[in-house]
Design a protein around this ligand. Structure first.
Ligand SMILES: C[S@@+](CC[C@H](N)C(=O)[O-])C[C@H]1O[C@@H](n2cnc3c(N)ncnc32)[C@H](O)[C@@H]1O
Length: 366
């Protein structure tokens, strides 16, 4: 294998040898399937990010707390969600993304909230991209995910039981590892070789780089092996990481640049899980809706809820498409003003101006 250092350019982006795995549902998967033109990402979204009202048994110090950072309105009903999913499928959305708010595999969350939404998504002909700690995975759940076109990204911030407990509070790493094995066993016959010779996988390991695990990235990467894609992510200053004390403890002054470089170097995608043309596609090629129906710029961007309206204000195909185009326009305007194209607006120093621009137009620091 080529030394990892050789894969990264001066700007931290990926150069050189392509990784050997592609994750189902990600932009490059659609590109390889020659569907890019049909996708027409300028006109219609590829992703629908929906936060669900799931509780969480963990208390991760890093937690960005998507879907929990503001006073929430009434939760969307399953019927309302089915209607959104139908309209999304009609305008060409390919994947539902469930990134927040809590832990989707806890038994009650899975039964009452998550599985009915995934089932409806599947009926509409879309796949689901699911983020989980694997806390509640059992054989039955794993089979349900496999049989309903679910790509599972397991958040695994350490393979050291003490570090894992320190970062997540709950610990229970042995159980988590057993559950990951259940997923691997259940998904083992789902891999395919794509026409460019790379392997299509439907499982991934997702690490958020922090001071406490920065030395473990290669170990976790090796753990991901051949059947799981490996993604290392940079912490975003949302939720609990808005608290300076937590930021200092987990990230620290001056480390963000190092973490960004490591994320580019170690991740199979060279960046976020869904990166395309340098930007996170859940954001740039997607529409996000919070658990109470508020539109967001991304599942994590709670602040944006104050400016973008609610799906309950009358959702049509036309309105959803207009909303999508408007968000892309705002992003392009902001990029022009700040003279760079952040891969993740939330992690950018000018993010607050982006959020304000949703209402007032663009402002930037002098
Ligand atoms: C908020 S969690 C919710 C789903 C599930 N409980 C889990 O941990 O995967 C969704 C994803 O966000 C990531 N995440 C949470 N807080 C973050 C932060 N401050 N910066 C970067 N990623 C974060 C987690 O690692 C996980 O991959």
């Amino acid at each position: 294998m080529a030394p990892r250092e050789n894969l990264v350019g001066d700007d931290g982006s990926r150069v050189g040898k392509k990784p050997t795995k592609v994750l189902k549902g990600m932009p490059e998967y659609f590109e390889i399937r020659e569907e890019t033109e049909q996708l027409e990402t300028d006109k219609c979204p590829q992703y629908l990010m929906m936060n669900l009202e799931t509780s969480c048994p963990f208390s991760c110090k890093k937690c960005a707390q998507p879907g929990r950072n503001r006073e929430m309105g009434q939760t969307l009903s399953l019927d309302e969600r089915k209607n959104i999913l139908k309209i999304a499928a009609d305008i060409g959305v390919r994947e539902l993304v469930i990134i927040g708010a809590g832990e989707p595999t806890s038994p009650k969350n899975f039964k009452d909230v998550v599985s009915p939404v995934i089932e409806s998504t599947y009926k509409e002909g879309m796949g689901t991209i699911l983020f989980t700690t694997a806390f509640g995975i059992n054989k039955e759940q794993a089979e349900f995910f496999r049989d309903h076109d679910v790509t599972v990204l397991v958040s695994l911030d350490s393979l050291n039981p003490n570090t894992y407990r320190e970062l997540t509070w709950i610990g229970k790493l042995t159980r988590i590892l057993e559950n990951i094995q259940i997923l691997r066993d259940t998904y083992k016959n789902t891999q395919e070789i794509l026409r460019d010779g790379r392997k299509l996988v439907r499982l991934a390991i997702n690490v958020t780089i922090q001071k406490g695990n920065v030395d473990e990235l290669d170990t976790v990467r090796n753990f991901a092996g051949d059947d799981m894609q490996f993604i290392a992510n940079v912490p975003m200053p949302e939720g609990k990481l808005r608290i300076y004390r937590n930021w200092s403890e987990l990230v620290g002054d001056g480390n963000l640049e190092i973490f960004s470089r490591l994320a580019a170097e170690k991740s199979d995608t060279g960046s976020h899980s869904s990166v395309a043309e340098g930007t996170c596609s859940y954001f740039k090629r997607g529409i996000s809706i919070d658990s109470d129906g508020q539109f967001l710029t991304c599942g994590y961007a709670s602040d944006s809820a104050h400016y973008l309206g609610n799906v309950r204000e009358g959702l049509t195909r036309q309105k959803l498409l207009e909303h999508y185009k408007e968000m892309r326009k705002k992003y392009e305007e902001w990029c022009q003003k700040i003279r760079r194209r952040p891969s993740c607006p939330l992690r950018d120093g000018e993010y607050e101006n982006f959020i304000r621009s949703l209402e007032t137009g663009i402002e930037t620091k002098e």
